[in-house]
Design a protein around this ligand. Structure first.
Ligand code: FAD
Ligand code: FES
Ligand code: MG
Length: 281
């Protein structure tokens, strides 16, 4: 669980950090779409992070995270040579990777890191890959060159127009779906990972075009093995546990309102803990 390498991918707050972590067993078993749950220290909480890549030679995995709160900020303070207190994985089901034909991947914010292993796997299966990346601004855009190389078509949007097209990933998605409909050249799968409002909007758009849409959900998790029920989501009217039944689900079946409300349950406490921590450090 030693950190072999660290890079700050986005310096601007909230920073985005890359870590390569020694994980002999996890790197052998990992498949795209799976995640780990880690603890920075003995007294801290457990947080889930997607496995972005593996390096069998170094027996390591790579993680990319945004410093959005206390635990990710503490994780971002660790350096090469430091160790994590605990690391469990690979968790969750691997993504449903096969040859669909024409596939669109939509990555928003740090969700771009999560589509990286999917992009490679979809490409290896022979899919025609269109990638749409979205970030708040140019400084928070990650993995652009890696994903550009893997993609047959590639689009970037930023909320403030500082790079690529000004606007949202869903603007590009809508236009692509409209023009593919008129040309009779349909996309067979849309896969989106990013903030809940983005995934919800993707789902609304693709539902109109009746295209299969998968998302990787970021429900709140504690144990990550189906025991605590914290990560429950409603999918097609049934209760599912994101950690063991997901994290990949059919977007059109998800109760998005419930998911966004549940994800905000501890927001006040999370901010309060962050303030208290600043007082003692
Ligand atoms: P806090 O201030 O505690 O929380 C900020 C927000 O993060 C919360 O409002 C909530 O929406 C979310 N969050 C907090 N605690 C948890 C938790 N235990 N489980 C899930 N979400 C939580 N983030 C990345 O930056 N990179 C990734 O690759 C990544 N992969 C993920 C994969 C999965 C399967 C899931 C469920 C989440 C993933 N996340 C990822 C989100 C990441 O777990 C949260 O950003 C992190 O837990 C925030 O913790 P914090 O203490 O820093 O922030
Ligand atoms: Fe506890 Fe999924 S995190 S059941
Ligand atoms: Mg936290």
């Amino acid at each position: 669980m030693k950190i072999l390498d660290k890079k700050v991918l986005a310096e601007r707050e909230p920073r985005i950090v890359y870590l390569e972590v020694l994980a002999e067993e996890i790197c052998k078993a990992f498949k795209p779409g799976q995640f780990v749950i880690l603890m920075v220290s003995e007294v801290g909480e457990r947080i889930p992070l997607t496995i972005v890549d593996k390096n069998l030679k170094n027996q390591s995995i790579s993680l990319i995270f945004q410093e959005v709160g206390l635990t990710t900020k503490l994780l971002g303070r660790l350096n090469k040579g430091d160790g994590l207190y605990s690391l469990v994985g690979p968790l969750g089901n691997p993504a449903e990777i096969k040859n669909y034909g024409r596939v669109i991947l939509v990555g928003g914010g740090v969700g771009i890191a999560e589509i990286f292993p999917l992009a490679r796997a979809f490409k290896e299966e022979g899919n025609h890959l269109t990638t749409i990346l979205g970030a708040r601004n140019k400084d928070l855009l990650i993995l652009e060159e890696d994903l550009r190389k893997m993609s047959d078509e590639f689009y970037i949007t930023t909320d403030d127009g500082s790079y690529g097209r000004k606007g949202f990933t869903t603007d590009v998605l809508k236009e692509l779906l409209e023009s593919s409909e008129s040309q009779g050249d349909r996309y067979k799968l849309i896969y989106a990972v990013g903030p809940i409002p983005m995934m919800k909007k993707v789902s609304e758009i693709t539902q109109r075009f009746k295209i299969k849409t998968l998302v990787s959900l970021n429900a709140l998790m504690v144990d990550g093995t189906g025991m605590c029920g914290c990560c429950r989501v409603s999918v097609g009217g049934e209760i599912k546990f994101c950690c063991v039944d997901g994290p990949e689900f059919e977007a059109h079946l998800i109760d998005w309102t419930e998911l966004s409300l549940r994800n905000k349950i501890y927001e006040d406490k999370e901010k309060h803990i962050c303030k208290l921590y600043k007082l003692v450090t």
